[in-house]
Design a binder for this molecule. Sequence first.
Ligand SMILES: [Zn+2]
Length: 205
Amino acid sequence: MKWKLLALLLLFPLFSPTVYAAKPTPPAPVPNSVCIDAGHGGTDIGTRNNDLTEKDVNLDVASRLETKLTEAGYTVFMTREGDETLSNADRYNHCNNQRAAILISVHHNGSSDSSVDHTMALYMKKSDQKLARTVAEKVSSQLLLPNQGISRFASGVLLKADMPATISEGFFLTNTNEYNLIKTTDRLDQEANALLSAVQTYFGN
Ligand SMILES: [Zn+2]
């Protein structure tokens, strides 16, 4: 019997969970969840066109998108819901800690040329590309704008996001026509609808 005891003692470390514990796998993302990041905020206004600041337009679209996604049955996390100053780390940490399945950062472009206007989406990781492409396609087609496609951009938020992530640059806030559309039509609601379509298409539902 002695040899059996010896064998057990020798083999014990092989089965000891403290020695051979598997690396903890990262927790699974929350199904059908979206982290919405309204770009800029607080002291960081982004670009502007007269009385319209990008931080406010971003939050307007982000809040509309939050409502639409929630109504459609998605779980939504927001990096900000008011006029707060956030760092990039505040943004990606919030989305990562909530285990969001995807991240959409809502921005609008700016140019010194008030005639420039098109849609584009930014990505960093290979796993961002499908989401970025879907966002650019839906926004450009539903806002009737040229689609400039996707572009790689080393943003702090995109770099550190655990999940597929994109920065949507839906249109140029500095464009004169866009300013008039925002003031006289439901332009921002149309954009939120386009982003909703992009999320539905991305998740295949
Ligand atoms: Zn911006």
